[in-house]
Design a protein around this ligand. Structure first.
Ligand SMILES: Nc1nc2c(c(=O)[nH]1)N[C@H]1C(S)=C(S)[C@@H](COP(=O)(O)OP(=O)(O)OC[C@H]3O[C@@H](n4cnc5c(=O)[nH]c(N)nc54)[C@H](O)[C@@H]3O)O[C@H]1N2
Ligand SMILES: Nc1nc2c(c(=O)[nH]1)N[C@H]1C(S)=C(S)[C@@H](COP(=O)(O)OP(=O)(O)OC[C@H]3O[C@@H](n4cnc5c(=O)[nH]c(N)nc54)[C@H](O)[C@@H]3O)O[C@H]1N2
Ligand SMILES: [Mo]
Length: 767
């Protein structure tokens, strides 16, 4: 906080220096300036937040430091949480995190006996191992203590920038505006109505395409154009070697919109010069929901235009229109868009309906919600202990914290949160790339107080640049001594992704841990030295939030051959210049683009074929395998249902040209494997085997259809959507029948001895 939230930190310092100072617990592997002021500083190994936070909750339960009344009235899933954290004894936590059992107890006691608790976290949680799961534990701790919705208590799940908070509200982070739930058709219908477009055109058919997948699709060639605005990925994304290779691909058309020339604009096909904050009008929102309006102070230089004007002009030239043929983005000035946003936010947690540019001018901001109930905004949320978890109101049904898979509406309904907070529990799992003999140190990256991100602004400010002219890798005294490295000497840092050459800064970090600021790219390099932290970082993303794990991975540090010289030779060279030259030479080749064909035809064909083969299996094969009459008559019904499904899909096979070309004949392989000709006697056991085969076979069709659901929606073809939906329901009915047949037969068939089974080794005995 002392480096990255300096205004907030100044307030904390005021309190620490004033009467009745609060206690401060800091969790950071580094001895940061924030940690220096801590009452208790816990310095866990990088990537072990989850174990540490489970350990604190373990102690809260063990010592009875729980606000039982609050939890029973306002939370669900307490038992699951208590059970999960019961394993995380201080001793076990010490073994994982290296935080001593006694220090952990001291922290838990401070939390457990304090009448109020304010928690905040940022990238040490969100961009470390088990990010979303750990952020949930921070919430849990406040909830268990009943420390939310009252003065002095609360949770600030921080944003790095006020515009990041705006992104969360407005849905520019790949979610939906006003914290709307993509799994809630009513929410999606509201958007369609407010934008006056068809329901099918609200793109809610799948999870948003996060950066990881954007990069994958660029690699596969299915994304051919990328518009980058207000970000500098050639310095800030993990594993730069790969990102550079992808963004500089000759068949990718890159538009970059920035206020300065950057590493990214250098490889773009088109650059839009943008106006920056003082040159345009618009709102920012703080993490405590305070909305601020910044009025334009000066004109943008040269041809630069506000992002707003660029996007609106683009929409105009593309002639985007609503259902009635009116312009989709009819706005002239930012205030027009603000008024549209107010309507969009109505009734949602971030209700802006009571705000106006006039109210926001002159004062120091107003906190949402601001509407007829709260005409001057609302200082504190959750005073009544009611949370945004009503099934029809909530933003999301949540996720499996380990796999990242969304929770279904049915599962959520069972949980019955109804306005109560959900205590989400999870076990600790180790970082995906643990240190080993080859790469023995743990890497973390982040910021310092002098620079902002990729330094496009702070690198151009002389006092800031002079205060911090180059990056340092922070390492522990003992690690440095072992390698014979002295403070300020040039070293090479290597990971499995790449290498950089920077100076060593010794001390202020735990043994085995390292830290490198990611601020330094190449736009103002004086030599060809590789120095960007993201040459080293790991391309792994949190399964729920899709944040990269920037505080993760293993590295090795080596001395430079001529380390003692003041200006060591460049040993590790940056690749940025060669990519810039390559892009200048290779213009995109439009002729390449025409040769592509979509896979839909194959997929649809495979699905259709699988249903056909099923039909054939029913009529030709099953009667020979099964003599059970109940099954036989059931199969007749399934046959009818299969015909139905085939009829539903046939017109679309014709429309999307799939008649005879199949990608891979999986149905044939499955049929041969699952329903081989058997010469055993007909038996109830055999019936069970065939039913299981049927279930597996139908699952394959189910999976094919489930991929066609978002495809049909993305094609905006209502008839295709209905057909896929219908076929999916057909297949689900078949599956239900098969499962039912399996379950009524299984116990009798498998437990009761069968005279046909003679071999000793297969006989089940009750031991
Ligand atoms: N001066 C300055 N201020 C900024 C920015 C900037 O670039 N410069 N950027 C802004 C933005 S967008 C953001 S997101 C914020 C980021 O603000 P912060 O999150 O405060 O900054 P970081 O330096 O990324 O990381 C924070 C701390 O996490 C610690 N850490 C690393 N790994 C772990 C771990 O596994 N567990 C724990 N508990 N801690 C760990 C690091 O040692 C580091 O001290 O700053 C904002 N403010
Ligand atoms: N290794 C490592 N990597 C990290 C992180 C880390 O801790 N470690 N932190 C991550 C985090 S939290 C963040 S937020 C990202 C930040 O990464 P980036 O967003 O890539 O970093 P910035 O330098 O802020 O890039 C913003 C770009 O927008 C331009 N710009 C400024 N104002 C405007 C404007 O009004 N309009 C337009 N169109 N452009 C504008 C700036 O010149 C700059 O080029 O980095 C991430 N990358
Ligand atoms: Mo950030």
């Amino acid at each position: 906080m002392s480096a990255t939230q300096t205004v907030l930190w100044a307030r904390v310092l005021d309190r620490l220096e004033g009467p009745n100072p609060p206690s401060l617990i800091v969790v950071d592997p580094r001895m940061s300036d924030t940690a220096k002021r801590a009452t208790v500083h816990l310095a866990p190994r990088i990537g072990t937040n989850m174990a540490l936070l489970n350990g604190i909750q373990h102690l809260l339960f063990r010592e009875g430091w729980i606000d039982n009344a609050f939890v029973s009235e306002h939370c669900v899933s307490r038992n699951e949480l208590e059970q999960k954290v019961s394993e995380y004894t201080p001793e076990k936590v010490e073994a994982i995190t290296n935080v001593s059992a006694s220090l952990l107890y001291e922290a838990a006691k401070l939390i457990g006996t304090s009448p109020s608790l304010l928690s905040t976290c940022l990238q040490g949680v969100y961009q470390s191992n088990q990010a979303t799961a750990s952020a949930c534990q921070v919430n849990n701790i406040n909830l268990l203590r009943g420390c939310i919705g009252k003065p002095g208590s609360g949770i600030f799940q921080m944003n790095g920038q006020p515009t990041a908070q705006n992104n969360r509200e407005a849905g520019c982070d790949g979610e939906f505006p006003g914290f709307r739930n993509a799994q809630n058709p009513r929410h999606m219908q509201e958007l369609a109505d407010l934008w006056n477009i068809d329901y099918s055109k609200v793109p809610h058919w799948g999870l948003p395409t996060h950066v990881e997948n954007i990069l994958n699709y660029i690699e596969a060639g299915s994304i051919e154009m990328l518009w980058i605005s207000g970000t500098n990925p050639l310095v800030s994304l993990p594993h730069l070697h790969k990102v550079r290779k992808l963004l500089a691909k000759p068949d990718l058309f890159v538009v970059a919109q920035d206020i300065f020339p950057t590493e990214t604009t250098a490889i773009a096909d088109v650059v839009f010069p943008a106006a920056q904050w003082s040159e345009k009008t618009g709102c920012f929102t703080n993490v405590d929901r305070t909305v601020h309006l910044a009025h334009q102070a000066v004109d943008p230089p040269g041809e630069a235009k506000a992002d707003f004007d660029i996007f609106v002009e683009f929409a105009r030239r593309m002639d985007f229109r609503d259902k009635d043929g009116h312009p989709l983005m009819p706005w002239q000035k930012p205030e027009d868009a603000f008024d549209a946003w107010k309507k969009l936010s109505k009734g949602r947690p971030c209700d802006y309906t009571g705000l106006s540019y006039e109210m926001l001018t002159g004062g120091s901001g107003i906190q949402w919600p601001c509407n007829e109930h709260h005409p001057t905004g609302k200082e504190r949320l959750f005073e009544d202990g009611v949370f945004f978890t009503d099934i029809e109101y909530c933003e999301s049904f949540g996720h499996d914290l380990e796999t990242g898979a969304p929770i279904s509406k049915a599962e959520y309904k069972q949980l019955q949160p109804d306005g109560r907070a959900i205590l989400k529990a999870c076990h600790y799992t180790p970082d995906p790339e643990a240190p080993d003999a080859e790469y023995p140190l743990q890497l973390s990256t982040g910021r310092n107080v002098y620079h902002f991100h990729t330094r496009t602004k702070t690198g151009r400010s002389k006092p800031l640049q002079d205060a911090c002219p180059e990056p340092l890798v922070r390492m522990n005294e003992m690690d440095a001594a072992e390698l014979g490295i002295s403070d300020g000497e040039q070293v090479i840092v290597k990971s499995r992704r790449g290498a950089i050459q920077v100076k060593a800064g010794i001390g202020k970090i735990s043994r085995g841990q390292t830290f490198i600021p990611f601020h330094f790219g190449y736009f103002d390099s004086e030599d060809e030295r590789a120095r960007a932290a993201n040459e080293l970082t790991l391309e792994r993303w949190d399964s729920v939030s899709k944040q990269p794990r920037f505080k993760s991975g293993a590295v090795r540090i080596e001395r430079c051959p001529d380390a003692q010289l003041a200006n060591s030779a460049v040993v590790v060279k940056s690749q940025q210049p060669s990519y810039e030259q390559q892009v200048a030479k290779n213009k995109p080749n439009a002729a390449d683009v025409g040769n592509k064909a979509a896979h839909l035809a194959h997929w649809l064909g495979t699905t259709f074929q699988a249903l056909n083969v099923l039909q054939d299996t029913f009529s030709g094969l099953l009667p020979c395998l099964i003599t059970d009459h109940e099954v036989q008559s059931g199969v007749e019904v399934l046959q009818k249902i299969t015909t139905n499904a085939l009829n539903r899909l046939r017109p679309f096979c014709e429309r999307y040209h799939t008649k005879s070309k199949y990608g891979h004949d999986v149905s044939k392989v499955l049929r041969e494997g699952l329903f081989p000709p058997r010469d055993t006697q007909h038996s109830s056991y055999e019936t069970l085997v065939v039913l299981t085969g049927l279930q597996t076979y139908i699952s394959n069709i189910e999976a094919h259809l489930s991929a066609l659901v978002p495809v049909s929606q993305a094609l905006w073809a209502a008839d295709f959507v209905a057909a896929v939906q219908g076929a999916s329901e057909d297949v689900a009915r078949m599956q239900k029948w098969v499962k039912q047949q399996l379950s009524v037969r299984a116990a009798q068939t498998l437990i009761v001895p069968d005279l046909n089974v003679l071999g000793e080794d297969v006989r089940w005995t009750q031991q």
